[in-house]
Design a protein around this ligand. Structure first.
Ligand SMILES: [Zn+2]
Length: 91
């Protein structure tokens, strides 16, 4: 569950940053993910380990029809309970 919610959050953030930077094309995005805490479906906030494969799958579905459709998402797992946008390469 968290993988899809996180995918939406990541894509939303990348689109916002791309807009802010005036990018019309994004080649590569680097993201670091830890355990992700969130509340959803009536549950209290809790952490969940996220599978990179599921996250990639969610992202590829969400970016269809956006400027991120052909963007490579490089996802690295790290310790901690957060995710971070490390780098956006585009022009
Ligand atoms: Zn959950």
């Amino acid at each position: 569950m968290h993988d899809f919610l996180l995918a939406k959050e990541i894509v939303g953030e990348v689109l916002a940053v791309a807009k802010e930077k005036g990018l019309s094309k994004v080649e590569k995005v680097s993201v670091e993910i830890g355990l992700i805490a969130m509340a959803h479906d009536g549950h209290e906030e809790h952490t969940e380990d996220i599978s990179v494969e599921n996250l990639q799958f969610g992202i590829s579905a969400i970016v269809k029809g956006t400027i991120l459709e052909n963007t490579i998402f490089e996802i690295r797992k790290v310790a901690g309970e957060h995710w971070k946008l490390v780098e956006i390469e585009g022009n």
